[in-house]
Design a protein around this ligand. Structure first.
Ligand code: LLP
Length: 419
């Protein structure tokens, strides 16, 4: 369910015509719907309403501070994986006690920053990281709340690049040996062991792998209890998939039911780190057709490229492409490509797309998750604007970058100034 619909053959985001926004802010731009974001957040969060839980939105999926603030205002928190994301969450006004810090490579500076902020907990991923957290916390004379991410060796049945819970993946501590690190942590003067965490992958379209990993984690929590270690939080990560094309992922309600059933009897607060399922279908990328070309193949050349939306190039991901006006128009099989000097620069490859000509606007659908947040300045292209619609109003929540932004921080050393 989303709020990008047609009225009189013209695409609207809630009550605002997309073409109107394009006229005012130029193209390309990311466009998000407040109603869709809110509805998706609430649908997910309410699936766990009857048990103690915190929905910590995974900032990496869409990290604009307006979006983080929206979820904060709905009672959610943030799952961060870097000092930069912590800075964003703080700038958005997210309650530190609703921030969890995941990730396999935290630095001493990032750990210090998180301890100063007073976050809810670190999800530590190795013994070496534990040692560093202890050292930094000792130096600051504070207690560090730590949970460990265990790797349950479960196949999430998703794209290899975004599978994280297999023994061959770099993430977490093997569940068979994780008890050792808990024992160590318990002895440490500045570590408070508070939880267990687990995240097996992204864009999962079945509940079975979630349930399988939860069953393993539950056994592990039993072992911890026998060893005299009780935990307050169980963090199940994110990963619930969305429909890009013909996938049929479980509804958050069904996901919630399955988790709660498996969870029964565990006395702890559940932490969830959804990203894609909340923002994926709440955002689109609007781009303008520059040219069309036809040789052996048809090409539609648009003003957005792989630097603006990396998913098609990186994962061969499918994003449906719709015409912003006259959606009933003829379809053609074509490549929709960007201006970047790489053959891998495409938004759609040999797909049925609207027959579009110069100046037509196209909407690249389901681009809200890992769209803007993975964008770059490659080919020295200023990053695009982000726009948030609420009812009949639209708000620029990130200005289009200027050429000046591109060279910010760059310097010509003196020896090159002499000629
Ligand atoms: N928690 C942790 C520890 C994670 O690593 C991730 C995603 C999430 C939560 C959120 O997962 P989600 O609910 O969004 O599936 N760039 C890729 C996705 C990478 C996901 C990385 N980790 C893509 O565009 O498909």
């Amino acid at each position: 369910m989303h709020h990008f619909t047609y009225l009189n053959d013209s695409m609207f985001c809630e009550e605002v015509a997309v073409a109107e926004i394009a006229r005012e802010v130029g193209t390309p731009f990311y466009l998000y719907s407040t109603a869709t974001l809110t509805q998706h957040f609430k649908a997910f969060d309410s699936a766990f309403a009857d048990i103690p839980h915190i929905t910590c939105f995974a900032a990496k999926a869409c990290s604009n501070i307006a979006i983080l603030r929206l979820f904060g205002s709905l009672g959610g928190g943030t799952d961060i994986v870097s000092g930069g994301e912590l800075f964003r969450a703080r700038s958005a006004g997210v309650d530190p006690k609703r921030i969890v810090y995941s990730g396999v490579g935290k630095t001493a500076e990032e750990i210090r920053y998180a301890l100063e902020t007073g976050i809810l907990m670190f999800n530590a991923e190795s013994e070496q990281e534990l040692n560093l957290i202890q050292a930094v916390a000792a130096e600051m004379n504070v207690m560090a709340p730590v949970s460990f991410r265990v790797n349950p060796d479960v196949d999430p049945k998703t794209h290899a690049y975004i599978s994280t819970g297999l023994a061959k993946n770099k993430f977490g501590i093997p569940i068979e040996s994780a008890i050792e690190v808990y024992r160590l942590a318990k002895q440490m003067a500045n570590i408070e062991v508070v939880g267990v965490s687990c995240h097996i992958g992204s864009q999962l379209t079945q509940v079975a792998p979630f349930v399988e990993s939860l069953a393993k984690v539950k056994l592990f929590i039993g072992m911890l209890k026998d060893a005299g270690i009780t935990i307050a939080y169980l963090d199940l990560g994110g990963g619930l998939g969305i429909q890009y094309k013909d996938e049929e992922p479980p509804h958050p309600e069904a996901y919630g039911q399955a988790i709660k059933k498996e969870l029964a009897g565990l006395d702890c607060t559940l932490i969830l780190e959804p990203g894609r399922v909340i923002v994926g279908n709440a955002g689109v990328l609007i781009t303008k057709v520059l040219y069309t070309k036809e040789g052996k193949k048809k090409f539609i050349i648009v003003d957005a490229g792989m630097n603006d939306l990396a998913r098609p190039s990186l994962y061969d991901a499918h994003h449906s492409i719709q015409a912003v006006t006259n959606p009933g128009r003829e379809k053609v099989v074509a490549d929709v490509v960007g201006p970047i000097c790489e053959t891998g620069d495409f938004l759609a490859r040999e797909k049925q797309v609207p027959a579009a000509v110069s100046d037509d606007l196209l909407a690249v659908m389901s681009a809200g998750a890992y769209g803007f947040s993975m964008s770059s300045n490659y080919n020295s292209r200023p990053r695009v604007a982000e726009v948030l619609v609420k009812h009949d109003q639209f708000h620029v929540i990130r200005a289009r970058e200027e050429y000046e932004t591109l060279i910010q921080g760059e310097m010509i050393p003196d020896f090159l100034k002499e000629r």
